[in-house]
Design a protein around this ligand. Structure first.
Ligand code: GBH
Length: 498
């Protein structure tokens, strides 16, 4: 009798790869639409290595990790990382085994323009990526190319980087070269990845490159210049390469903001949190201008500080027009939820974005924490945020371009599997129940990689990378086995109804 039960359970709970797939009642057994595109994501500095090979120039991340090893928790660097610069064919094999049809990766600006200036043009860098996108196409995997995932040429960084308006023009020069050469093989483009992370971590907390601490004003200027850079690239594409017929947008990261209590004050605070995070970047692009609450709050606090002008730089009429409408779809990175509460108006002192925001944030006890202090699992947040983005910005199409879970090294990553399953189930509810158009998903990440200031201590890959072996051996984790089954069947559990 016992043996019978065991066999029965084993058959019932075991997927095609012999892994346990939980039958949690809240995971939908409906199928994803057949048009849905399954994918995986990475970024150049996090995986490529070869930091100074074949003419590549120094980026601000190369400088950040080399100038002071204590910038990174485990004193590591991205000098070799996953060695994908050399192992790209193996990476394409992994994508094939995963059954994904979309690969989101980024181009290293310093391979194409080592100093950021046109005079430094490096043909070897162009050849490398052209070769790569051709090979992806041959494998029937659609490339989604991010032009900028945080690796600014060091030369440009020394000239002010994202604080200097002219960086937007340099980004345009670079984007034009990439569109021209890769464009025949690429239909999905992302200009800049998570401008907010660069402004908050790179120019305000100083935890990321270039390590500046300008939390009152530089943080806002950084947002302005990145939005101008994005719009410059968007217009270059549509003015000069329209015949390529691709789609371009900016990648914006957002949290699902849930009011801490049922009070009206907390509901309003959650709204402010939304605008100071997602709206800060989405409003200028999708609706035009900064969110009104930012204009009001930063303006009022700047005035009270005795400043003659708001620390939030106002757009000129021309700039406003230039940035507004520069999207062909919405690219959303979504990992975590945040609980938001109202607080007393912070006292006036020196300018500070976090005080301008005027909210309190925490995490609810019923959400599951990851090893990354900021990342909690609350699967409903995916459905809630998708609905919000869909109704507020009316983008026509959404791709979730990042979403994933942090662990230490572990091949039996049941926690990641359940996180992905739960978030994707809620995404499907948004698609089928709420009518939100989500066309594709690129999970973060294809494989473990250099996790910025966290080095190799936090792993986001569905595929394990052995950073102790010179071969950087790749091994499927349980989540990757499950994901390959899901990408093949369009079904999050063992069996779906049609
Ligand atoms: C993504 O950002 C990045 O695009 C990707 O490169 C990275 O590997 C991945 O996340 C995993 O981290 O420490 O409290 O100050 C996700 C958005 C924004 C989340 C910055 C963490 C820092 C919060 N990230 N945020 S805190």
């Amino acid at each position: 009798m016992k043996i019978f039960l065991l066999i029965f359970l084993a058959c019932f709970c075991t997927g095609a790869f012999g892994i346990y797939i939980p039958k949690a009642t809240n995971i939908t057994n409906r199928k994803f639409p057949s048009t849905f595109i399954w994918g995986a994501a990475t970024a150049a500095y996090q995986i490529e290595g070869a930091w100074d090979e074949d003419g590549k120039g120094e980026s601000m991340w190369d400088r950040f990790v080399h100038s002071d090893p204590t910038h990174i928790d485990d004193r590591s660097t991205g000098d070799v990382a996953c060695d994908s610069y050399h192992k790209w064919q193996e990476d394409i094999e992994l994508l094939k085994q995963l059954n994904v049809k979309l690969y989101r990766f980024s181009v290293a600006w310093t391979r194409i323009l080592p100093t950021g200036y046109l005079e430094s043009f490096n043909q070897a860098g162009v050849d490398y990526y052209v070769n790569f996108v051709k090979a992806l196409r041959a494998a029937e995997i659609e490339p989604m190319v991010t032009l900028y995932h945080w690796d600014l040429p060091q030369t440009l960084s020394e000239q002010g980087g994202w604080l200097n308006d002219s960086t937007a023009d340099r980004f345009g020069d670079y984007a034009r070269i990439v569109f021209k050469n890769l464009g025949p093989y690429v239909k999905l483009w992302a200009t800049i990845n998570e401008p907010k992370t660069t402004c908050t971590q790179g120019y305000a907390s100083g935890e990321m490159a270039p390590g500046l601490k300008l939390v009152g004003d530089g943080i806002y200027q950084c947002a302005r210049v990145q939005l101008l850079a994005h719009a410059t690239a968007y217009h270059i594409y549509h003015d000069e390469f329209a015949d390529q017929g691709g789609n371009v947008t900016i990648v914006i990261d957002a949290t699902y903001n849930e009011p801490l209590t049922d009070s009206a004050a907390d509901a309003e605070a959650a709204e402010w949190e939304f605008e100071f995070n997602l709206g800060w970047y989405a409003n200028p692009v999708y609706l035009g201008d900064w969110p009104q609450i930012m204009i009001d709050r930063v303006g009022n606090r700047s005035k009270a500080e005795g400043l003659s002008q708001s620390r939030l730089p106002p757009w000129s009429k021309d700039e406003l027009e230039f940035v507004k409408g520069t999207f062909d779809y919405f690219a959303l990175n979504m990992y975590t939820a945040v609980a938001v509460n109202a607080i007393d108006e912070p006292p006036i002192g020196t300018g500070n974005y976090y005080l301008d925001k005027g909210t309190g944030t925490s995490y609810k006890p019923e959400w599951t924490p990851s090893i990354a202090g900021w990342l909690y699992s609350y699967p409903y947040g995916m459905r809630g945020l998708l609905n919000r983005v869909w109704s507020k910005y009316n983008p026509g199409s959404i791709y979730v371009t990042e979403n994933g879970w942090a662990t230490t090294e572990d091949l039996n990553d049941q926690g990641r599997l359940e996180y992905l399953q739960g978030y994707l189930s809620n995404m499907l509810d948004a698609i089928l129940e709420d009518g939100v158009v989500v066309d594709g998903y690129t999970t973060w990440s294809l494989m473990d990689n250099f996790e910025w200031a966290r080095g190799y201590t936090q792993r986001y890959g569905i595929i394990d990378v052995d950073f102790n072996s010179p071969n950087r051996t790749r091994t499927f984790k349980d989540s990757a086995k499950w994901y390959s089954q899901t990408a093949a069947t369009y079904c999050l559990v063992d069996t779906c109804v049609d």
